[in-house]
Design a protein around this ligand. Sequence first.
Ligand code: 5GP
Ligand code: MG
Length: 178
Amino acid sequence: MHEIRVHDKTFIPYLSQPEIEESIKNLAQKINQDYADKCPLFIAILNGAFMFAAELFKSISIASEISFIKLASYKGTTSSGHVITSIGLDADVKNKHIIILEDIIDTGKTMSRFLPQLYNQQPASLKIAALLHKPEATTHEVPLDYNCFKIPNKFVVGFGLDYNGMGRNIPAVYKLKE
Ligand code: 5GP
Ligand code: MG
């Protein structure tokens, strides 16, 4: 793996495709056990979580559903702090066991604003799964039930995550070169 350029910035390899896929498989197995008789509804947060959701869902072997919602709080490489819901949830959440799928928990702002909306719809239970977590960036505590990687407070791209719209197709995770 080499350095890559996205727009005006250089990124260096951080998590390889095999280690990401392995970690997601392990997570899927945990969920298969924890939710064996619960028929969970996965809710993936677009855009960033689409690749994590697809990779995870391939290894989910229990009865389950998946739906998608679009939230956004990022412009450039720092969080704007505004949470915008632009595509509503089409699935019925009431009495369902919900697992939210996020690409990354950074400040936690996005999740902390979205969770009350979901709780209002009275799910049977609600858990959060995130591919990446930046513990040092947390300003809003979020109950993170499942997580593949804890990472330092550095901007990353790839595996669904973008830098100003680009880089989502990179099949591994790269971090900003300083
Ligand atoms: P939070 O609300 O937790 O601060 O930010 C959550 C959202 O910001 C994530 O879903 C993701 O879209 C975006 N984000 C946070 N950190 C990064 C990062 O390092 N790289 C990229 N590409 N997006 C990030
Ligand atoms: Mg996101």
